[in-house]
Each structure stands twice: as C-alpha cells, then as structure tokens.
Design a protein around this ligand. Structure first.
Ligand code: AHR
Length: 339
C-alpha cells in the first residue's frame, strides 16, 4: 500500500467509527427530555409548567386551586406543578427543569420582584413563552414574558388608606398611631400595598406610622411580630396587616394581651385578601375592613394561552379587579364567594 492510500484508508476508518458511535449513542439530554416529556404527553395536551411561589396563606391555596382547575386535562392541558416554598432559588430550579422538559408554556408566580432575568433569558432562548401571575418582576427587558395577570397592589394599598380617611372623618384630629404588618420584603404585594397606603398617609399630619415590620404573609410570623409590637407600644390605634393570615395571627396576639380589636375595639384592623375566614372574623366584628385581592386567576391565564395557541395577540398586562368589604355588611357580601 502506498503512503497516500494508507492515509485515505485511516481517514475513512476513523470517520466510520465516529459515525457509528454517534448513531449508537444519542445525546443524553435528548433521551432524558423525551422520557420526561412522555410522562406528560397525552395526545394533544398543552404542557404547562407552573412555578407557584409557596403555600403561605389561604389566598395562595385558593390561587393554586384556581390555576390547577383551569389547567385540567378536561380543558386540554397537562400541568406540571412546583411549590417554591417562598424561596426564589427553588423557583429558579423549577423553571430550569421546565425548560429541560421542553414544556409548551411556563407560568410563574414570583416570590420577589428582582433576580429573574437570567433564567427568563434561558426560557426565551428555548422558545418557551412565559406568563407571570399575581406578583410582578422587575426587568428592563419586557420581552422576557408575554403577559402578566394579577391585581393592582398599589390600588389595594390606596383603598386601605382611603377607607381609613372615611373612617376617621368628622372625628377629632388627635394623633392616630398606626402599625403596619408587611408581607415578604421586595414582593409586589408588599411594595404596592406599602406605597399605596403611605401615599395617603402622607396627606394626614396626625397619622403616625409607629412601625412597619415584616410578617412574611404567614399567620405564625404575624402573631410573633404583633406580640412584639404590643409589648413595645401601648397606644396602637390602627393595625394595617398586608394579608389575612398575618391578621389572624395578630388577632390572637391582641386577645392574648387582653385587648380588643375591630368594630368597637381598642385597635382598628384593616386587612387584605378577603378570604373566607376573614369574613367569619368580620361577622364577629374582629376585622373592620378587608381589601379584596382576587386569587381566581386561573381562567384568565388559560384564556391567554388559548389565544397564543391560535396565534392571536394578547394583552401584556391584565388586571383582576377587587372590592372593599366592611364588617357591617360582611354576612351579605360573602354570599356566593368560593374562597
Ligand atoms: O401576592 C398576593 C399576596 O400573597 C396575598 O395577599 C397573600 O395572602 C399572599 O401570600
């Protein structure tokens, strides 16, 4: 064999081996992706990965149920659900796993506003449309999500302030001492409700915000923080509690201190969400007013996906509306409510 013929032979031989090993060993990712996807493949179902931020409140439970019901097989969906347990890193892991599983859509209820750009870039590169629900994200690139669905948290905070204005109307101008139980720091619900309320509070010289403390949107933390506030201040007139679960904890703390709250009580209570137990408490006169945040967002998200599937344009921002419920009319207003 001449030198040239030997070279050609070796090139041909090595090429043959490389080709054989490629066809015998398909990429690991490809195989695993297909296996995982097959579990959720049911003919024509649309596969949706939903990263819920946690299960911290009654509101969250109602929100999860609404989304699970809307994304049922009966409605043409296969839902992969992940609970982030109030930690952004868990949510980011879940989103990466949805990308890996090649879902058709990703729905995210983000725990806090910042820190989503990198993972959302990854979803964009994978060509998976993202829908944000409930809370918002802070980003300079709004092409990272196709739509957002939720309530106006700033308006909720303002409604709380406007209710207090009306409640105090005609009364003397004595100082009104206010404490605020805030939700998870840097979450849209905390930022919006704080700002909305404070913008109204600023207009009233006699409204004195004694403290703003984080109760993390949970009953346990709400109770713990309220106990400390009651030990520190003996002249609290108003509690603004940014969700019902913290309010339930705070009521326990107030009563254990031998104080009263709500209609005719020592401490006026303004709460947010308007879940079923809050209506019980309003009927008992323990909460004065509840600013609704409607958790029933599943059908709206499913509708948006339906439109995207048909190639139609969708609204970038869709608001879910809410009302203000007062103790005096709670028994009538709760009729027909499902959460
Ligand atoms: O983002 C909505 C808020 O989150 C609800 O008010 C609260 O209950 C929940 O934890």
């Amino acid at each position: 064999m001449s030198k040239n013929v030997r070279i050609v032979f070796w090139i041909f031989f090595i090429g043959l081996i490389t080709l054989a090993s490629c066809s015998l060993r398909p990429s690991k990712n490809f195989q695993s992706n297909e296996t995982v996807k097959a579990e959720h493949m049911d003919s024509d179902l649309i596969i949706v990965g939903f990263s819920q931020l946690g299960s911290e409140s009654d509101w969250r439970t109602a929100n999860t149920k609404s989304i699970q019901n809307a994304f049922s097989k009966k409605n043409g969906f296969s839902l992969i659900f992940s609970n982030g347990r109030q930690r952004q890193e868990n949510q980011i892991k879940a989103i990466r796993s949805f990308i890996f599983q090649e879902v058709d859509y990703i729905v995210i209820a983000p725990v806090t506003e910042t820190g989503w750009d990198t993972v959302l870039q990854e979803a964009k590169q994978a060509g998976i449309p993202v829908i944000i629900v409930d809370r918002m994200i802070e980003t300079e690139d709004d092409s990272l999500y196709v739509a957002w669905v939720g309530t106006d948290k700033y308006a909720e905070g303002s409604r709380a302030g406007q209710w207090l204005e009306q409640h105090l109307k005609g009364k003397n101008n004595d100082t009104i001492n206010i404490v605020v139980l805030e939700g998870t720091p840097n979450s849209t619900a905390q930022i919006g409700r704080s700002k909305g309320f404070e913008d109204i509070a600023k207009k009233h010289k006699n409204w004195n915000i004694l403290a703003r403390e984080n109760g993390d949107f949970t009953k346990a933390k709400g109770k713990e923080v309220m106990e400390k506030l009651l030990q520190k201040y003996d002249d609290i007139d108003v509690l603004v509690s940014q969700n019902d679960d913290m309010t339930f904890g705070a009521i326990e703390a107030i009563r254990e201190m031998g104080l009263t709250c709500g209609v005719n009580g020592d401490i006026t209570i303004i709460s947010f969400d308007a879940v079923s137990e809050a209506f019980d408490k309003m009927e008992e006169g323990l909460i004065n007013v509840d600013i609704e945040c409607n958790p029933l967002q599943g059908p709206m998200i499913a509708q948006i996906i339906g439109r995207l599937e048909r190639g139609e344009k969708v609204e970038k921002i869709s608001y879910v509306t809410g009302k203000v419920f007062e103790a005096e009319r709670a028994s009538r207003d709760r009729i027909g409510r499902s959460y």
